[in-house]
Design a protein around this ligand. Structure first.
Ligand code: C5P
Length: 316
């Protein structure tokens, strides 16, 4: 039976607005999501037993059922028991390059790769939207990670409207290796501090989401205007994470002052990204941030916007 290697890209948020509460305990969001070419590689090898195993040498990646990639394989096995019985177990090897618990959807994109890969390996013939529906059961960012590119996400973050692909921009990403932020903590703290301002009426939620669809950020993306996109970057979770993590605030300010189109924290952080119009500018920004903040705990990466989600790298 075949083995597959898949490329699983990270995402950044160009826009993240928290609108209100949902009855399922999550938040009603409106976001603009963007894939970048910083990616993990996921290898899927069939096993002769009925086990689902994960291998990863990164110390922060769990090797048990708490790993979202394992949960994705278990979901597929439960949904398609005949295929699981026919093809047997699976070994998932994660080559981790995306920082963990960083606001870059690293776990979600690994899960999306397992869904896409098992669809191929087990010859299931599922459509992209069927894979996205399964992905939504695993996490709010998984449906986006399946398809990638540039998209508006509403609802829990799982209702997607694709936008014109924006693949000419570059980013510098910065993250303190020892710093991780819990996404549930960030959202719960936001609710404690700003819950009284939440939009309550369903029609008001819908009209706020619609106004973002026709608003300045989407127009700037349609016009491929990097300068405006940089000025319009927005993330409500910065109000929680930046005061709690002064190092992240300092990193954001240092990056912002280094002549970039814009700088912001991605998702619930703590990764901060700088938007740059060229690779040359990104390289200069990376060097400037490194010399301003020589702390060896600070990791910096260069990446480019990408128009793709999960891709098959090879199959043997
Ligand atoms: O969906 P996911 O597992 O990625 O979400 C992680 C956590 O982030 C949730 O448990 C919840 O606390 C918070 N969250 C939220 N509203 C969303 C998405 C995530 O409150 N729309």
């Amino acid at each position: 039976m075949r083995s597959y290697s898949l490329i699983a890209p990270a995402k950044i948020n160009l826009y993240l607005e928290i609108l209100g509460d949902r009855t399922d305990g999550y938040h009603e969001l409106v976001m603009v999501l963007q894939s970048i070419d910083l990616a993990d590689q996921i290898d899927l090898h069939p096993l002769s037993t009925d086990k689902i195993r994960v291998r990863c040498t990164h110390p922060q990646v769990p090797q048990d059922k708490s790993n979202l990639a394992v949960r994705a394989a278990e979901l597929m096995a439960a949904q398609f028991p005949d295929a699981f019985a026919q093809y047997g177990g699976i070994e998932i090897t994660i080559h981790k390059r995306i920082p963990v618990a960083a606001g870059l959807a690293g776990g979600s994109t690994n899960a999306a790769a397992v869904l896409v890969g098992l669809n191929l390996l087990w010859d299931l013939g599922l459509t992209q939207s069927e894979l996205q529906e399964l992905g939504a059961r695993l996490g709010s960012d998984v449906p986006f990670c399946v398809v990638g590119g540039t998209a508006i996400a509403t609802g829990r973050g799982d209702q997607l409207s694709p936008l014109l692909s924006l693949d000419h921009l570059h980013v510098v990403l910065g993250k303190y290796q020892s710093l991780t932020v819990s996404t549930p903590w960030a959202y719960q703290t936001y609710r404690q501090q700003f819950g009284s301002t939440y939009i309550r009426k369903p029609q008001d939620l819908a009209s706020r989401a619609a106004s973002v669809h026709s608003g300045p950020m989407v127009k700037a993306i349609i016009h491929q205007n990097g300068v405006e996109i940089g000025q319009l970057l927005h993330n409500d979770l910065e109000k929680i994470v930046l005061p709690a993590y002064p190092q992240v605030l300092q990193l954001r300010e240092t990056i912002h002052q280094s002549g970039v189109l814009g700088a912001m924290m991605s998702g619930s952080g703590p990764t901060v990204f700088a938007l740059c119009e060229s690779l040359n500018q990104a390289q200069q920004v990376k060097a400037a941030v490194r010399s301003a903040l020589p702390d060896p705990d600070l990791e910096l990466w260069l990446a480019k916007f990408s128009s793709t989600g999960i891709q098959v790298a090879s199959s043997v």
